[in-house]
Design a protein around this ligand. Structure first.
Ligand SMILES: Nc1ncnc2c1ncn2[C@@H]1O[C@H](COP(=O)(O)OP(=O)(O)OP(=O)(O)O)[C@@H](O)[C@H]1O
Length: 584
């Protein structure tokens, strides 16, 4: 029951809504007492042969008025309680979403995306149920159950009530037992279904690979097995579900049998009249749900508590990145000074990912980061993006330690094009204007021209309105990269970071993009991490990295003169280019 206490902050916040909801539920319980009473009265009058038209109308009117009130009260509690539950789900989902946005990279290494999605959906649904059906079941079990029992004792007979009620707790036990089993089975069925979905998606996406590797038959067999398993698991859901109705009928049936035997005898001995027996039978039907609600309530509480614990434990995780929200600034322009003495990834014990990385970039300057795979290029970018704060040293923008600037203000100064760019399933124009929703088509086109993509887009059937992704065109790797660059350029930030973002474009296009960058980012800072040295040859400073350390530094000409790794790599890449051109 302590889940209700844990949720008390919410019930207090929406106390008017919950007060009205519970009031409507209580009124529903009272209104529910009227029809059986009226029925009993009529039956008794009929039995005595004394019924008049007036009696008839009064009782029928009573039933109709009760039905009208029941209609209003039920509408009332449903909209108040279920509406409240929806608000709770919305509040918790929003909280979780903002929390996810604030969390650092290690959080996403600790939790798998699928699990986080499950917390944001299944767990929140379970908590939502407590705030809706849970309150309903609690009030109905206690209040409706209580008033009906009291009415049976007062209007009929307390001894008959006690005896007839003997099988009723079985309803609560059944609801509890089958509810748990059904929930388990349903969870398995959901898992099986999502696995089947994943498998279908994987097979369709990888159909060419499957066929070329001659794995089509094996895949069909695996798919068949998965479908069979899903059906088997679903059958279990239906089996458990189909036990509910027969068992309820059986338990209620016992109650009726006891009522007929004991109640019938009481009628014969004139302890109660026939009308009271009719009312009693009608009240038994009204008790079915409150008894059931007791078991249902325990299941809701159990699931809700576990889910609440999981969601709260996620929400209580603190980001390693301390956000100085009160230090927001509008524009930050100035030098980017990086002095990283040491950095190791939080889950690494000894291995240093970076050591002694120092550089100073004035607005308008470009930095090139090169080096073998795993040399540390992306790691420097991660620190610049404040993915991690646990390094020794300082990174300053315009003389201010970036840890002392509000994260939103700081990241607002950066445009970032990652290695594996992400495109949304919307039009090309909307993908480009992502960071600047108000951007005009002219601005969008200009950004696309700077990214050397405009000519490609104008060849698409719907030009800038062409949809990207599953429902639209499939862009080539190079087009995707250029689209991501255009999206970054439209933001015109103080710092532009390209992390191996030119790898899929040809040499000619790369040259044209770099020339455009030089023009459009005259007074801004640009950082380019790349494997192809031609991407950084015009940079004001190039750092050659190896095992997280700078092994060579300087301009393109200085590095060529140094005759080290850079020169060796440059010669090799130039040779490859010439061979490539020769083949073409
Ligand atoms: N989250 C992480 N946790 C632990 N180690 C990591 C993490 N990310 C990267 N590393 C390690 O840090 C080192 C530097 O990786 P980084 O991604 O910076 O290299 P890179 O120069 O960008 O390589 P590439 O050219 O392949 O992108 C690698 O040894 C890598 O395995």
């Amino acid at each position: 029951m302590d889940i209700f206490i844990k949720l008390s902050w919410f019930f207090k916040k929406y106390k008017k809504r919950y007060f009205l909801g519970i009031l409507f539920l209580i009124l529903t319980s009272f209104a529910n007492l009227i029809p059986p009473l009226a029925l009993g009265r009529m039956a008794e009058l009929l039995n005595q042969g004394k019924i008049s038209w007036l009696d008839f109308f009064i009782n029928v009117l009573g039933i109709i008025v009760a039905a009208l009130f029941l209609y209003m009260f039920r509408l009332g509690w449903r909209s108040q309680l279920w509406g409240g539950a929806q608000i709770l789900a919305r509040d918790l989902t929003t909280k979780l979403y903002w929390h996810f946005l604030k969390m650092d990279r290690t959080f996403y290494q600790r939790h798998r995306t699928g699990d986080l999605m499950a917390h944001a959906t299944n767990d929140i649904t379970a908590i939502q149920f407590v705030a809706g059906d849970g309150v309903l079941a609690l009030v109905d079990a206690v209040f409706t159950g209580g008033t009906t029992l009291i009415a049976m004792m007062i209007f009929v007979d307390w001894r008959l009530t006690l005896i007839a009620m003997i099988p009723m707790p079985l309803l609560a036990l059944m609801a509890r037992f089958l509810g748990t089993k059904l929930h388990e089975a349903y969870r398995h069925s959901q898992e099986a279904f999502s696995q089947l979905n994943n498998k279908t998606q994987e097979s369709i996406t990888g159909i060419k690979v499957l066929k070329t590797f001659g794995q089509a038959q094996e895949d069909i067999a695996a798919f068949d097995k998965m479908t069979y398993d899903t059906i088997r698991i679903n059958k279990r859901v239906f089996k458990i579900d189909s036990l509910y109705d027969p068992l309820t009928t059986l338990i209620i049936g016992f109650t009726y049998i006891i009522t007929i035997i004991v109640g019938g005898q009481m009628v014969q001995t004139n302890e109660i009249n026939i009308g009271q027996l009719v009312s009693f039978v009608a009240y038994i039907a009204s008790l079915e749900w409150p008894m059931f609600a007791i078991g249902y309530l325990f299941n809701l509480i159990e699931r809700g508590s576990a889910s609440y614990k999981r969601v709260m434990s996620l929400l209580s995780e603190k980001s390693l990145i301390k956000d100085q929200v009160d230090h927001t600034v509008d524009k930050i322009t100035g030098n980017l000074e990086v002095n990283i003495d040491k950095f190791k990834y939080p889950d690494e014990k000894n291995r240093l990912a970076l050591q002694k990385i120092n550089f100073n970039l004035k607005p308008g300057q470009t930095l090139g980061l090169v080096g073998k795979v795993g040399a540390g290029k992306s790691t420097i970018i991660e620190l610049l993006m404040r993915d991690f704060d646990n390094y020794q040293g300082q990174i300053k923008l315009a003389g201010k330690n970036i840890k002392d600037i509000a994260l939103d203000s700081y990241l607002g100064e950066i445009s970032y094009v990652p290695q594996d760019n992400f495109l949304f399933s919307v039009s090309i124009a909307d993908n480009i204007r992502f960071a600047e929703p108000e951007a005009s088509l002219d601005q969008i086109r200009q950004a696309a021209q700077e990214a050397a993509l405009d000519t490609d887009i104008m060849l698409f059937p719907n030009k800038y309105d062409t949809l990207v992704g599953e429902n639209g065109v499939s862009l080539s790797g190079g087009q995707k990269q250029r689209l991501a660059i255009a999206r970054a350029l439209i933001k015109d930030s103080q710092i532009l970071i390209l992390d191996d973002a030119l790898s899929a474009v040809d040499a000619k296009t790369e040259k044209s993009i770099l020339n455009n960058l030089q023009k459009c980012r005259k007074d801004k800072t640009t950082i380019i991490a790349a494997h192809r040295l031609s991407s950084v040859m015009k940079a004001d400073l190039i750092l050659v990295l190896k095992d997280g350390q700078v092994i060579e530094r300087g301009t393109h000409d200085q590095l060529l003169a140094e005759n080290g790794w850079y020169k060796e790599m440059w010669d090799r890449q130039e040779l490859e280019k010439k061979v490539g051109e020769g083949i073409e």
